[in-house]
Design a protein around this ligand. Sequence first.
Ligand code: ADP
Ligand code: MG
Ligand code: ZN
Length: 450
Amino acid sequence: MPENNSTVEALYRHFGHTKFKSQLQEKAVNAAVKRKQDVYVSMPTGSGKSLCFQLPGLMRENQLTIVFSPLLALIKDQIDHLTKLKIQADSLNSKMTVKERDRVIMDLKAVKTNIKFLYITPEQAATKFFQDLLQLLYKHNKLAYFAVDEAHCVSQWGHDFRPDYLKLGDLRIKYKDVVWLALTATASKEVREDIYKQLRLQTPVAQFSTPSFRRNLFYDIVYKNSIEDDFQHLAEFAHHCLGDPKEFKGTPKSQRGCGIIYCRTRDQVERVAVGVSKQGVGAVAYHAGLKTAERTQVQESWMEGVHPIICATNSFGMGVDKPSVRFVIHWDCPQNIAAYYQESGRAGRDGLQSYCRLYYGREDVKSIRFLLQQDSQRARGRGDRELLTERALKQFEKIVDFCERVSCRHRLFADFFGDPPPQCNGQCDVCKRPKRVEKALEMFHRLCMD
Ligand code: ADP
Ligand code: MG
Ligand code: ZN
């Protein structure tokens, strides 16, 4: 009998899913079920990370899983979801009525506990009351797992550090024989190392991470000083990526290829949208200066394929999931490697060949650097703010440095996420035509000297 038979069966019984969403999800669940090691799961948003602790938790009879989650809103969503599936999940927080709270506590202290998942914010977890409760649950052997959702919150390198997450490490020491599961969306190497260290996960940790490498994306860098007409260059590239419109006669507009051009400022967004449109490729502008209704309308017209190109500031893209994005262009240098990966990664979600291009200009870099330096100066002596602005500047310099080097573009991301070097296979300008990139870079440096 295959070892996963019982997990597949439980998956169907509890959630109604006939199969795992991915091999990684299945492997992570099986590792947790084995209870031999702490488990770390890093997969993109929407990959089904919750199931990696929920299914193992449900497979432990007479035990419950403690889930740490940073926000009450997230907690509510998860509890609602589980309740619909007839799985008992509760929380203990300041928003509850005394009656609700008493009901939860009664159940936890009863000889037989019905609650399978107890959701807690790290702030709540730190209270004396909760610490005593944990002690009691532990004594009666009622603890199945500790799960830390959004585990990147423990890291000062992450984008939303929560100091209270740091205290969770003490619990790891206190309850040595309870297995810990830490989950987060794609995290950098630094963040992952921080999670291991701060949560004091027991090594070797069973690690399940989606590889960062996207084999269907071709990356290249074009030095702005090497092109004559900006808009013509952009339009030609867009045309090349989108293919001949005649070929798509039968395809509904919304499913045809489309693209995103990221610019740094509203002015640039407007300028590029107009400029590219004049070259005969329909483009709309999206930025925070538009009214909400206008923004929605612009986004919809792009989603529906009325305009194939959207020019946008980086406020665009969260939650946008259009499979047929054939190219993502950065007309200005991205802020850092994480943002570059995330923004360019909106291309080719359908797995088809797609293109990510960065237009690099010394002048843009100078002005971004200047702004970041100003931020940093203003934040002097203001604790966390100072740290954040300094870090932003350092992270920007990393991407600048990368743009001025001849090194596989996919390798950049692999190093950042701590993955082994990927088989690029000519999916970047450096691997495809190294000589040409060297020349372009030489020219770039020469012109910058003048
Ligand atoms: P994440 O935390 O990684 O962002 P979630 O745990 O919120 O993702 O899950 C995203 C969606 O995937 C949910 O709607 C969930 O019900 C669904 N899902 C999870 N596992 C499976 C599966 N094996 N089969 C089908 N749907 C699944
Ligand atoms: Mg989640
Ligand atoms: Zn390469």
